[in-house]
Design a protein around this ligand. Sequence first.
Ligand code: DHB
Length: 390
Amino acid sequence: MRTQVGIVGAGPAGLMLSHLLRLRGIESIIIERRTRDAIEATIRAGVLEQGTVDLMTETGVGERLKREGFVHQGFEIRFSGRSHRINLYELTGGRTITIYAQHEVLKDLIKARLDAGGQILFGVEVTGVDEVQSDAPKIRFTQDGKAEELVSDFVAGCDGSYGVCRKQIPEDIRREYFRNYPLGWFGILAKAPPSSDELIYTNHERGFVLISTRSPHVQRLYFQCDPNDSVENWSDDRVWEELETRMAGGDFRLKQGEIFQKGIIPLRSFVCEPMQYGKLYLAGDAAHSVPPTGAKGLNLAVADVHVLARAIGSYYSSNATDLLETYSATALRRVWRAQFFSYWMTSMLHRFHDAPEFDHRRQLAELDLVTSSPAAQTVLAQNYVGLPLG
Ligand code: DHB
């Protein structure tokens, strides 16, 4: 098999890249380990930055998003039993975020690729990526028990945190930066009306809570837990009791309902540098991950492939390699900004139970600053809605 760009992974990065390349007249084939059903059913975050929404709209995959997504012009930060609104719209000159679940984005992109005749090989395990320093890199995979090979001009490694692509960058060149947090998020989906018109990020002495939403009938809630805790330890009653305790105060009323999904995610930060080697280009979680606070993961993957599609486009249209050569440096600037922002939100909003009381007092001063200083709020809001894609 041969194509122009071989893409490993049909997550947000791989699918959006394939879609953007097609609009530039460039062929690609995506190879994905999981089945289409599994991808379309996996529950992830649900906040799209303005730039992600704009890109989806401009490239013809924003129709359902426009119909079914919810535009939010602000969000709330809550501490000491009181909520404080961050007016994103006013602080950023009219920018907003949209609530639309990641797997809905994936459904739209998969459909767009298949409708346009694009090839996505689902349920196929990549066994290796070879000769990335040559002009004909190869992706090796097994399909129906048979060893196959996809030869291409470029390989895009969009295969997530545990993928094989990153390992193709030799260890003496690759640098990996990690940070683990002693934190997990317990996430639930519940059949209930929204408790709030906007998202609420809460710092409580028992730990962080995020009140989010999916629709007028389905709510997405998260609360800080031990990353090694287990879902079995949390009955529905215990979940609601914990949420009620952490959200107590003022007029806020939690609307309860049937919980139909529970899961625990660990919080960690990771960056791999460089994001390219020979003809291999990494994008999305294959190169970096952020803790979920602030919901930057999907948006960062989209920003990476926006840069990569333009670089590959300029290679095919004018034989230029300058944008390809600077891909990693260009992408990493935004990646590190998102790392900073996600770390900031995480450290400001969670309780670090082993930390001295000093840290807690300092945290309250920080929360006071970002909820009262217009300058601090502007920094927060601009980073929350996301930098323009450029
Ligand atoms: C959601 C997830 C986030 O990480 C976040 O910061 C906001 C919302 C969500 O899944 O709705």
